[in-house]
Write a protein that binds this ligand. Structure first.
Ligand SMILES: Cc1cc2nc3c(=O)[nH]c(=O)nc-3n(C[C@H](O)[C@H](O)[C@H](O)COP(=O)(O)OP(=O)(O)OC[C@H]3O[C@@H](n4cnc5c(N)ncnc54)[C@H](O)[C@@H]3O)c2cc1C
Length: 375
């Protein structure tokens, strides 16, 4: 029987980032149901890093994470984890009022924003359709995340610290055995003093398996497609395109253009696949806002973004328990917040003071506590 201080359920970015930080101090195993780590939401993201456009708490988590991305620990990665992409935020004629309000708000936070005439927007983003854009601004504060390198950095570091990462180990049942959990998995029995629920879309069903009240984590499906860029358009320098209300967004991905209709359809946890209608919406927006006529969709996929009721992550021990810990509800920002939430979760699990960066940001970890959902 293999015994660990902490068993983390879920081999996505959440579970693996925590394993990275915690394994420096505790014996840790990560158990993952699938053959491959990062198979679900983590492998399906748009790989975007932003400092704004989310709740203030999430923006603070992003600022904390940026230090890690810019200066990762020695040996973590051979390549930079962030690449500045920049973004052009656009509005069509019927959304000018909304555009002015957003622009005024964003300028309160950063002076780097540059208002663009429709012509200037067309020069920055040569695929924009003349006539569609009535107003635009450029914001340099958008980056691409090297998600695979980030994930591999966490995995390598966790293994170097002695963690075991066990694929094909679906948790099937759990029961108490004295001070420990006895976990029956698809790969055999293991025991743990503490279990961490980092099961993404499955966070609520996992809680139920442990006799813990679910807290209402709801998976929302989001779809993306990629299409070919016109010959001569350089994907490396093309900025993101963000519709002012996030009706859609587009960004280069692997030399092509990724487009998402920014759908957010509540659904059951599953190996979610894209619906025809959402693929059609993505293609529609490409044709509406750009000069690209979509003849062929190179790739389409869907993934789950899982939210709590207040859309903030859930990090902490289940109320009244010291054997069941939540690391869930990362919504649409689980990759970009992974260094900050991984460090926070490790500190809370070890009953240590929260990281200095959280104090510096005046970010109270109780904002993320599962206790806020207690009835
Ligand atoms: C289309 C799309 C675009 C996105 N864009 C961005 C973006 O630009 N930037 C950003 O930061 N975030 C983005 N996100 C969100 C981000 O992908 C998620 O927040 C993040 O991946 C969540 O990570 P996770 O580890 O919690 O979940 P997952 O990666 O889903 O991992 C959970 C794991 O738990 C495992 N599991 C479940 N039940 C069991 C069990 N019983 N036993 C063992 N294992 C189990 C699952 O197999 C799964 O691998 C996007 C998401 C989508 C879908």
């Amino acid at each position: 029987m293999r015994k660990y201080d902490v068993v983390i359920i879920g081999g996505g970015i959440a579970g693996l980032s925590l394993a990275y930080f915690l394994s420096q101090h505790r014996s840790v195993a990560v158990v993952e149901r699938e053959d491959a780590l990062g198979y679900h939401s983590t492998g399906r993201s748009a790989a975007e890093f932003v400092l704004r456009h989310n709740a203030p708490e999430v923006c603070a988590l992003a600022r904390i994470a940026k230090n890690f991305f810019d200066r990762p620990p020695q040996g973590f990665t051979d390549v930079p984890l962030l690449k500045q992409r920049g973004g052009v935020v656009i509005a069509s004629a019927d959304k000018i009022e909304r555009f002015e309000a957003v622009l005024a708000e964003e300028r309160r936070f950063t002076r780097e924003i540059e208002r663009l005439t429709p012509e200037a927007a067309g020069s920055r983003v040569p695929i924009l359709k003349p006539g569609y854009v009535a107003a635009a601004y450029y914001d340099p504060n958008f980056w691409d995340i090297e998600v695979e390198n980030l994930l591999q950095g966490y995995i390598r570091g966790a293994r170097r610290n002695g963690s075991e990462i066990l694929e094909r180990h679906e948790i099937l049942s759990a029961e108490r055995d004295g001070a420990d959990w006895m976990l029956r998995t698809a790969g055999g029995e293991i025991s743990a003093k503490v279990v961490v629920n980092a099961a993404g879309a499955w966070a609520d069903p996992i809680a139920a398996l442990f006799g813990v009240d679910p807290i209402g984590i709801v998976p929302h499906r989001r779809t993306a497609i990629t299409v070919d860029l016109p010959v001569g358009v350089d994907a490396t320098t093309l900025p993101e395109i963000n519709e002012i209300d996030e009706d859609f967004y587009m960004k280069p991905e692997g030399g092509r253009l990724l487009a998402s209709p920014a759908d957010a359809t509540p659904c059951e946890p599953s190996d979610v696949q894209p619906e025809e209608i959402d693929i059609a919406w993505a293609a529609h927006y490409v044709e509406e806002a750009t000069t690209i006529s979509v003849r062929r969709i190179a790739k389409s996929w869907a993934g789950l973004r899982s939210f709590s009721a207040d859309k903030l992550p859930v990090v902490g021990f289940s109320p009244g328990r010291s054997d069941f810990f939540w690391l869930a509800g990362q919504g649409g920002y689980g990759i970009l917040t992974s260094p900050s939430l991984g460090q926070l979760a490790a500190s809370l699990l070890m009953d240590r003071p929260v990281p200095e960066s959280f104090r510096h940001e005046a970010l109270d970890p109780r904002s993320f506590s599962p206790a806020r959902f207690q009835k």
